[in-house]
Design a protein around this ligand. Structure first.
Ligand code: C5P
Length: 243
């Protein structure tokens, strides 16, 4: 997109470090060395390598999205949010399906973490409907009536009302989310596939350039980079396709 510089775009790409251990993740980081992208630590890596690995990423200056999708009773989520704030992550997320009170509790946990000495206020993002959820799964398996977009907008409005900074959603829903919750409400969009890439288990997808053209703030990209024969060339090609 013409209004974004190469550096702007790179800082808005969150590379999903979906690896079984720190060594494998470090292997990718080495290949991407010097590229100022965000890194996303999800449950596979966090459950294996834990806070120590995240702290080491922060020590090395990485921007970190901790994608652990908290969903529990409000008091427990509050404690979890406090812990990850103290860890210094830049972004973390909670399921909007946990309800407004649970999301508010997450924000209280952030305040507590800051009061205990953390210097970075993390961006707190609500998970709407997973980008792997198709219309059929939503209606027939999960049992929610209506369209996927209606479900996403309902969750986004709830996250906004709770005071969260934004939501995770498919790039297909960015325009409707911004219309419902305002341009400043952050969208983080997985379900990104460069033209011709393998879709895998994702369902509601767009190319990186299309997602930015929709006005998304961040794109999350995993396998098209981590699974590429040359991950550095893959991310460079993605950046080239956008600027
Ligand atoms: O490999 P791929 O590009 O599909 O990776 C997408 C990443 O985004 C994964 O780490 C996945 O857990 C995450 N994610 C997602 N849909 C959401 C939230 C996070 O795909 N709604």
């Amino acid at each position: 997109m013409s209004t974004l510089t190469r550096n702007d775009v790179t800082g808005r790409i969150m590379v999903a470090l979906d690896y079984a251990n720190a060594e494998s993740a470090e292997g990718l980081l080495k290949q991407l060395e010097g590229i100022p992208c965000y890194v996303k630590v999800g449950m596979q890596l966090f459950y294996a390598a834990g806070p120590t690995f995240v702290a080491s990423l922060k020590d090395r200056g990485y921007k970190v999205f901790l994608d652990v999708k908290m969903h529990d009773i409000p008091n427990t989520v509050k404690g979890g949010a406090e812990s990850v704030t103290r860890l210094g992550v830049d972004v973390f997320n909670v399921h909007a399906a946990g309800g407004k009170y649970m999301m508010e509790a997450a924000l209280e946990g952030v305040d507590k973490g800051l009061a205990l000495g953390s210097s970075v206020r993390p961006i707190v993002i609500g998970v709407t409907q997973l980008t792997s959820t198709s219309q059929q799964v939503l209606n027939d398996e999960i049992g929610l009536a209506g369209t996927t977009e209606q479900a996403v907008i309902r969750y986004a409005r709830l996250a906004h009302a709770a005071g969260l900074n934004g939501v995770v959603a498919s790039p297909l829903e960015v325009t409707a989310i911004k219309a419902a919750c305002g341009d400043g409400f952050v969208t983080v969009t997985p379900g990104i596939r460069p033209a011709g890439a393998d879709i895998g288990d994702q369902s509601r997808i767009m190319t990186p350039a299309e997602a930015f053209a929709q006005g998304t703030d961040y794109v999350v990209i995993g396998r098209p980079i981590t699974g590429a024969a040359d991950p550095r060339a893959a991310i460079e090609a993605i950046i080239d396709s956008i600027v």
